[in-house]
Write a protein that binds this ligand. Structure first.
Ligand code: IPM
Ligand code: MG
Length: 352
């Protein structure tokens, strides 16, 4: 599901890589976002949802156009993605932020702050103010309009994301930081209580808590202290963009949205970037790295996932850079060329 803006360009590069490492894979394409609205009148056409339900894994580009914020919710491209996440119960959104040594100069933070950075934001994806009812824009008795959204989490929703966080920490450095706003919001008070309770089942994992404002600050001040950050849908949306920028470019970072079985949706953290669409300048590495996550998580092909990740590392080491990560002295390439470079690096590895 390539979607909109730069989505089709970057997904095309990931598909090139797919054809190379998994020539036997069966693939199908389906419209979503603006592409869904244009072909079927809705951001998530029924055929697209049915296909997503049948698939083992979904490789997703991005959705969204230049001025969607004023459209009614049913016609907003992003609504298609939200519905897909909800309908497939993809509640655990892993957004890793790690530093490629070659790109350290591309970060807006000082090198010593981000050198060796390796954290993952685990964002809950099926609840919170994104889906809570009541919601809407209403008119009050005086004729003045008001907007309303509801922050809402059930205990079981918090429990399942808590388990996902502690299990992820066990595979990493054994630390979970739960981010909430328990000092102001009851929903978040419940969040913290449940996190603490589930945490007792994982005595080998270190659990800490931060309020969202302090977490945002710490992410800028000393991000290396984090291992797994687990948080709700809204806070996770915001923190994950900030975390991505620590690494120099949001164009580098993949994500995985997982549910109760192995099926997952894999998408670059960057959006549709309509301003640079169609110019062959977008960075396809986030999409390619998302495909590596797909190989690992949904297909259980760890070796192949690592092959793709090392191919990406070797093109960076070889000096290839798209515009977003370009620095003088490196070799500036377009979207297509970057995709080709990754395929060549895979070929070279095979031959060696
Ligand atoms: C994201 C995006 C989406 C979100 C939009 C496109 C609905 O910002 O995946 O982070 O808010 O979840
Ligand atoms: Mg976002």
């Amino acid at each position: 599901m390539a979607g909109d803006g730069i989505g089709p360009e970057v997904v095309a590069q990931a598909v090139k890589v797919l054809r190379h490492v998994l020539p036997q894979a069966e693939t199908e394409e389906a419209p979503v976002g603006l592409a869904g609205i244009e072909t079927r009148g809705v951001p998530l056409p029924d055929e697209t949802l049915a296909l997503a339900k049948r698939a083992d894994a979904i490789l997703f580009g991005a959705v969204g156009g230049p001025d969607e914020a004023s459209l009614p919710r049913e016609q907003r491209p992003g609504t298609g993605l939200l519905k897909l996440r909800k309908e497939l119960t993809l509640f655990a959104n892993f957004r890793p932020a790690f530093m490629f040594p070659e790109l350290i100069g591309a970060s807006t933070l000082k090198p010593e702050i981000v050198d060796g950075l390796d954290l993952v934001i685990l964002r809950e994806l099926n609840g919170d103010i994104y889906f809570g009812e009541p919601r809407g824009i209403e008119t009050g008795p005086s004729g003045e309009r008001y907007g309303i959204n509801t922050m809402r989490y059930t205990e079981s929703e918090v429990e399942r994301i808590a388990h996902a966080a502690f299990q992820a920490a066990r595979r990493r450095r054994g630390k979970v930081c739960s981010v909430d706003k328990a000092n102001v919001l009851e929903t978040m008070q419940l969040w913290r209580e449940v996190m603490t309770r589930v945490g007792r089942e994982y005595p080998d994992v270190e659990l800490s808590h931060l309020f969202i404002d302090a977490a945002a600050m710490t992410l800028m001040r000393a991000p290396k202290q984090f291992d797994v950050i687990v948080t709700g849908n809204m806070f996770g949306d915001i923190l994950s963009d900030a975390a991505a920028m620590l690494t120099g470019s949001i164009g580098m970072l993949p994500s995985a949205s997982l549910g109760l079985d192995r099926k997952g949706l894999y998408e670059p953290v960057h959006g549709s970037a309509p301003d640079i669409a169609g110019q062959d300048i977008a960075n396809p590495l986030a999409a390619i790295l998302s495909f590596a996550m797909l190989l690992r998580e949904s297909l259980g092909l760890e070796d192949k996932a690592q092959e793709v990740e090392s191919a990406v590392r070797s093109v960076l080491a070889g000096g290839y850079r798209t515009a977003d990560i370009y620095q003088p002295g490196t070799h500036r390439v377009g979207t297509e060329e970057m995709g080709d470079a990754v395929v060549q690096a895979l070929q070279a590895r095979r031959a060696a």
